[in-house]
Design a protein around this ligand. Sequence first.
Ligand code: GLU
Length: 489
Amino acid sequence: MSIKTRFPPSPTGYLHIGSLRTALYNYLLAKKLGGTFLLRVEDTDQSRLVEGAVENLLTTLKVAGINHDEGPVLNEDGSITSVGDNGPYVQSERLDIYKEHAQKLLDGGHAYYCFCSKERLDEVRKQQQIAKMQTKYDRKCVGLDQAEALKRIEAGESYVVRLQIPDGETTFADEVRGSITISNSEIDDQVLVKADGFPTYHLAVVVDDHLMGVTHVVRGEEWISSVPKHVVLYNAFNFTLPVFAHLPLILNPDKSKLSKRQGDVAVEDFLKKGYLPEALNNFVALLGFNPSGDQEVYSMQELIDAFDLKKINKSGAIFDPVKLGWMNGVYIKAMDHDELVKKTQNIFDEAGESVDSELLSKMLVVEKERLTVLNEMLERTQMYTTTPEYDDEILVWKKSDKADALKQLTDVLVVIESIDDATFSKKELIEEVVKEYISSNELSNGNVLWPMRVALSGQKNSPGPFDMAWVLGKEEAVARLTTAVEKLS
Ligand code: GLU
């Protein structure tokens, strides 16, 4: 039998980095085992709906290259349709299905109507807290006469439908955590249908996973406490249980739970800052999953080949931004140069800054070695595009003095002026000419190259003098060297 995995986000407005990991693992598992990967929109909490959230979600997943086989898709014209025969894939369009299933539970004695007010429930909870008891519904409405209940509903009384947890205990297997058993006395009579008529997550997720043919439920550890209720529901419906795998928490380097602040964890923000989707995937894939060996850089295909639920760790995974930066740098360096120029150009366009593409290409040749995110280019290009302002002092190398710096700059300016355009078009050739000048005049590299580099960049720390000269071009290099000579004169 072919397997089916799923990613069922609630459209909250952005894709959390932890959700990217969930989506990715489900994708990897489906691809590895030749199965199907399904996307479902869980929008039953109407109070949390955010406009445009579904479009945003679909766009981000697409950019990340995590493509689903079934579920809603965003078309070029902005409309949303769906692929697959198990839809609708948006829960708010499946209300009749949940209603029908809730009715089955009521008819089978697995659920009951509850008319308790919020005030009463708050009071019950308060009393339980005072008595240091587990807080859960006290079952006042269990056993209400059905005909009586229906009359109250007809009369317009507000109600919910609750799951009636049977006596006994519930056991399920988790691929990461092993076998888990819990006494049913610890499980609350979960609300399945809310007063607004919408199902809760618990009812909808079980019904949908079953009807949509999901075989593997892989999701964050925060959901594991809901599984006993779900198992009770699966049993009440006589549905076959899927395979469960709950992924370890993602933690900050100080081991606290990863921030929920959107700016720190939204995938689209990482993409906007210039993290590459391939690097993000690679990085999140390794949060809680250890392919063997110490390889760190994996292509999507390598991840698919290596993926195994058995290799998922139990302990929390540290989200190390420094490692993410490093990994992004690896991908930047390995990227096709024209593609890199194009992506960076987009960043400039989005920031409303204009940049000459030939100049950008040259700057990237030099700068890509040390970039961690593409957006850093917005700042780094300043050094090349605006006349530097700096203190004369920094032109003087630590083993030299002002007079020597002036002499070296004056002389090297003549050398640079003498280089023809063809030679200036290759940084290796510029280097050859200047090095030849240094050795034939028995000068020291430091005395010449330090002031030359600072004159070109205006900074103590910068790319090397030949890189700088090449990116700036002869005219600008000559102008900057001339300014430096004037400053020291
Ligand atoms: N809608 C839930 C969420 O927002 C899905 C949980 C699950 O995978 O069952 O994460």
